[in-house]
Design a protein. Structure first.
Ligand code: SF4
Lengths: 175, 427
């Protein structure tokens, strides 16, 4: 199983779509690794630089509602994966993006708005990290000398996919 | 208690329920295109699993960038083509026979009521117009679909959308679906099936129903669904007559997939469309819609007519009726991509292409192309496009470009004036 955790990248907007995560013009790349430089290239947010150090060091993304809406491109989770980001925590996800994350053995974790607000309370600290325990269904955020732990729900199927490392091996054994 | 169409399809295709709430379904059709399938093919090969669950149930097309524009897109096309040949996939559509997937596959009669359909493409929800459960998936789900013929879904909940009243002149399925998305918001139907009902849906052609269902994903919906009826039978008749012999028999068989009268819905939306105006999007999300009266006069650089939303013959007819005998404004570029070779030829034989070309439109081959900013009409930074497509995300049709979604009629009127215009004055 992948381990989840590390520095956090905060993306403070709802409805961040897959075109913003990886523009369609890069969907002609055949290998996942080739997607790497284009992460979040078209996302315009105050203070956010897709090529900046915060993007480079990030291992977890925290965002708002309906994250990953739009296209079905699995290139969106892949561009995160090749950049070392294997978990996204948000108020809610678009269905296909959420499933793509779990199918790749990555984590798309939903938390209620108040808890996401609490996570965003850490956004201005420079040393924010998060540790996610998918099996134990809890995450801990640390930064600015503070620390919070939140429990989260995850469907048993999605958990099984994370633990199995993805859907292909799981399905091939079973069906 | 009765069941919805989606519940009936789930019950009849259930293979496994590995965990509460997760349903693994048997698939009737797996659709493929050259953008999301090659990586699945490569991965299957790398795993030593270059197999296919059922050659006849896989349909593939090169549509997003075609004919290929560079080495990379040619390579994607080649991977799909080689794979189709290797596995003897009969329903593979290459250059000369290819068109936009969600227009081409229905036109070939591949989608039937009661089917389960997946594709590595978010607008797969289009095919629900036939009373099917059709969902866009990512490459991994597609890969498992190709290998095993199954896909896992959460239990469907259905939002019933009753389209009441009558459609006013100049208002079309595109305006209706923009209105519905405006009501629900871009995630108002996440993990939900959107069932389109009511007299307005019943009166629609299959083309219009596909336009409705096509944009279900823009409200987050898993699949759009329309009730199979006589319109569905008529559309599919050339493909099913040997099976049924008489249309009544087909209709009776199809009807079993209709939602029961006492089916339970999570939510029912009653919308009267009688007072609806032509609508246009104004921001970077498809739920940001305004009546054309509030947007008229907004200058545009390009008008794009085509895509899986509005590139069918019906759409071309509506636009051509407005453009007939007129010229588009000198400040706009008009681009038409008929969605399939059949649409192209039918439009040619009807004289529609002459109307477009006389008006100053460039007629391209069937392809997704500009719809996702790949080719054939990509915008420059700061340019504005009036488009019959389905997504207005920032940069969708080219980095820094702005997209306003609208109906073919509104886009035709806009082309004539070089700024957003109400189509009703041209009807
Ligand atoms: S026409 Fe546009 S929305 Fe439709 S399948 Fe092609 S790229 Fe996707």
């Amino acid at each position: 199983m992948k381990t989840f955790g590390g520095p956090v990248l905060f993306l403070d907007r709802a409805d961040i779509n897959t075109d913003e995560i990886i523009p369609a013009k890069y969907l002609t790349e055949i290998t996942k690794e080739d997607l790497k430089p284009y992460i979040l290239e078209d996302l315009k947010l105050p203070g956010f630089d897709p090529k900046g150090p915060k993007t480079k060091s990030a291992r977890v993304i925290v965002s708002r509602a309906n994250f990953g809406c739009g296209s079905s491109r699995e290139h969106a989770p892949w561009v995160f994966e090749v950049n070392g980001i294997t978990a996204v925590v948000a108020e809610s996800f678009a269905r296909i993006f959420r499933q793509n994350m779990f199918n790749c053995g990555m984590a798309a974790i939903e938390l209620p708005k108040e808890k996401v607000d609490a996570l965003f309370g850490y956004a201005n600290f420079s040393d924010v990290t998060m540790a996610l325990d998918v099996e134990g269904q809890a995450l801990t955020i640390k930064g600015g000398g503070k620390e919070d732990t939140f429990r989260f729900d995850i469907s048993p199927f999605d958990k099984a996919l994370v633990l199995a490392g993805g859907w292909v091996d799981y399905a091939d054994q079973k069906y | 208690m009765g069941k919805t169409t989606a519940e009936k399809i789930f019950a009849s295709h259930l293979v496994d329920e590995p965990f509460p709430g997760t349903r693994v379904l048997r698939l009737d059709v797996v659709l493929c295109h050259e953008i999301t399938t090659p990586i699945a093919i490569d991965d299957l090969m790398a795993r030593g699993k270059d197999r296919i669950f059922d050659t006849a149930k896989i349909k593939a097309v090169i549509d997003h960038v075609t004919p290929s524009k560079d080495t990379k897109t040619a390579t994607q096309a080649k991977i799909l083509r080689d794979w189709a040949r290797r596995h003897d996939i009969k329903d593979f559509f290459d250059v000369g026979f290819n068109g936009v997937c969600h227009a081409l596959f229905p036109e070939k009669g591949f989608i039937r009521p009661g089917y389960t359909v997946i594709m590595g493409d978010s607008h797969t929800c289009t095919h629900g117009a036939f009373g099917a459960f059709a969902a866009g998936v990512g490459t991994t789900d597609l890969e498992v679909g190709i290998l095993k013929g199954v896909c896992a879904f959460r239990e469907p909940k259905t939002i019933r959308i009753n389209l009441n009243g009558t459609l006013p002149r100049g208002v079309y399925a595109k305006d209706v679906i923009l209105y519905v998305i405006g009501q629900l918001g871009v995630n108002g139907a996440t993990d939900r099936v959107m069932e389109f009902r009511g007299p307005v849906a019943d009166a629609m052609t299959m083309e219009s129903r596909m336009t409705l269902c096509n944009m279900a994903i823009e409200a987050g919906g898993t699949s759009g669904i329309c009730m199979p009826d006589a319109v569905t039978v008529d559309y599919l008749w050339p493909f099913i007559q040997h099976e049924y012999g008489a249309k009544d028999a087909a209709l009776a068989d199809f009807r079993k997939w209709c939602s029961d009268d006492d089916a339970e819905y999570e939510k029912v939306l009653d919308l009267d469309v009688s007072g609806l105006e032509p609508l246009v999007t104004y921001g970077y999300k498809p739920d940001l819609v305004k009546p054309i009266s509030e947007m008229a006069g907004t200058p545009v650089d390009q008008v794009y007519l085509g895509s899986c939303t509005n590139g069918r013959l019906e759409d071309l007819r509506v636009a051509a009726a407005i453009l007939k005998g007129k010229k588009i404004a000198p400040n706009v570029r008009g681009i038409l991509s008929p969605a399939t070779p059949k649409v192209y030829q039918d439009a040619m034989h009807e004289g529609l292409l002459d109307i477009f070309m006389d008006a100053g439109f460039c007629v391209t081959n069937p392809t997704c192309g500009a719809c996702l900013g790949m080719s054939n009409g990509v915008l420059a930074e700061g340019e504005v496009c009036a488009s019959t497509t389905n997504r207005n995300f920032m940069g969708r049709m080219g980095k820094g470009g702005m997209v306003h979604l609208m109906s073919p009629a509104t886009s035709a009127a806009t082309a004539i004036e070089g700024q957003m215009a109400d189509p009703r004055k041209y009807l």
